[in-house]
Write a protein that binds this ligand. Structure first.
Ligand code: AVJ
Ligand code: FE
Length: 414
């Protein structure tokens, strides 16, 4: 097998192991029931993962006969809202598992036979990379469903690393142009393309995401507690994956809506960064003027760089990832918590929908706000310095936090 073919097969396999963990940790009742009207039953996500793989890899790339064309409509996310999915005649747990396994066998067979080389290499290899990212994104969605599930804990992981450096205050990002988005990142999705130059005036950005301790002050002043916080005479507790424990003061706050993030920033006399500001803080290297793939450089994320991939089931305290900081000293931009930015989800100049409008273009507009950087539940395959996530501004069942920013005054630049 070629290197690319082997790498794709390994990524498909690694990703399927994660889906298995998330769907085998609970019993069949828990798989088919709806844990929140905001989420699909886990068994829907599982069969939807298989159906997307059937549509893109087995039918489109492979040109094979359908495995189950009779169920396409059940797993079309545009056809049925999440709240309506439990009432559909969905595949049961056993059928769903058999279905995704059959589709996977055929997809691997397509992978063996397809010409990855040649003119259509990018398109064909890209379809496999997109399926890996799609499954990982649904795995993160299933992790958020686990977070909403009542009952005894079923998932476990070692605690995140401790803080080893003191990170506080803000960092000045000098004004001037930088390259936003990408035209060269192999697995980047349509909405991350193309690379384009944006002139960003000087601004200050928090060196770390807003912490539980900082956010608790805002709650004491009348702000809304994050989802999953529980009041206790001794302070705030949080229930996470079935375990209730005191909030970790130094860890980034999680499960906050865009609206509350924005209100917090105003209360603190600051504002949220724009999407361009966030990406400049994350990627711009003042020494070369180049935009890096990640804050720490061009290497793929390792466990020393960022809290990604469900290795831990919580954000790590601020100061736990010094090796992941940007050249300007901005920490934990990648991993831990998705960060709300004050920008609507829109196409970059020169945007072209690929492979079709339904992936991102139909979501462009003022209804959705952008989140950047990925969370502890985001896999590295679905997280880049250019990666863009989006959601409604009221949503907080996702692993969402934020950091704040402010304009730099002329006096501060002199
Ligand atoms: C990019 C996370 C907003 O889950 O709605 C999954 C990804 N698109 N299936 C979502 C996605 C189609 C998407 N987000
Ligand atoms: Fe999907």
């Amino acid at each position: 097998m070629s290197d690319l073919r082997e790498r794709v097969a390994r990524e498909l396999e690694r990703t399927r192991r994660r889906s298995a963990v998330l769907t085998e940790a609970v019993d069949d009742d828990d798989l088919v029931k709806q844990h929140s009207p905001l989420m699909s039953p886990l068994v829907w996500d599982l069969a939807h993962i298989g159906n997307q793989e059937e549509l893109w890899l087995v039918r489109d790339v492979g040109g094979r006969e359908p495995v189950r064309s009779d169920i396409d409509h059940l797993y079309d996310a545009f056809r049925h809202a999440r709240s309506d999915r439990p009432a559909l005649p969905l595949l049961g747990p056993k059928e769903a598992r058999a279905y995704v396994a059959t589709v996977r066998d055929k997809a691997l067979d397509v992978l063996l036979g397809v010409h990855l080389e040649g003119r259509r290499l990018t398109e064909r290899a890209f379809a496999f990379g997109m399926i890996v990212q799609h499954e990982q994104q649904h795995d993160e969605t299933m992790l958020a469903t686990h977070q909403l599930r009542a009952g005894a804990p079923v998932l476990s992981a070692p605690p995140p690393p401790a803080s080893t450096v003191d990170v506080r205050g803000e960092v000045l990002v000098p004004g001037g142009p930088f390259t936003m988005g990408t035209s060269t990142e192999a697995w980047a999705l349509d909405n991350e393309r193309p690379a384009h130059v944006v002139d960003v005036p000087a601004f200050f950005i928090d060196a770390a995401p807003v912490t539980n301790a900082q956010y608790a002050e805002y709650v004491a002043a009348g702000g809304t507690p994050p989802l999953h916080w529980v009041p206790d005479p001794g302070g705030w507790l949080a229930t996470e994956f079935g375990r209730t424990a005191p909030i970790v003061p130094g860890a980034p706050v999680v499960h906050v809506s865009f609206q509350e993030a924005k209100a917090y920033a105003a209360w603190a006399g600051r504002r949220l960064p724009s999407e361009a500001e966030w990406e400049k803080a994350a990627r711009w290297d003042p020494a070369t003027g180049r935009s890096r793939r990640y804050p720490w450089g061009d290497e793929d994320p390792g466990p020393e760089h960022a809290n990604l991939g469900q290795r831990h089931l919580a954000p790590a305290p601020v100061g736990a990832y010094p090796a992941g900081a940007s050249p300007l000293g901005v920490h934990q931009l990648i991993g831990d918590v998705w960060e709300w930015v004050d920008s609507d989800f829109a196409g970059y100049p020169g945007f072209t929908a690929f492979p079709y409008r339904e992936y991102s273009e139909v979501f462009f507009g003022p209804d959705y706000k952008v989140l950047r950087g990925g969370s502890f539940g985001t896999d590295a395959a679905a997280c880049r310095g250019t990666f863009r996530n989006w959601d409604y501004p009221i949503r907080r069942q996702i692993f969402s936090g934020f950091r704040t920013a402010r304009d730099a005054s002329p006096a501060e630049l002199a």
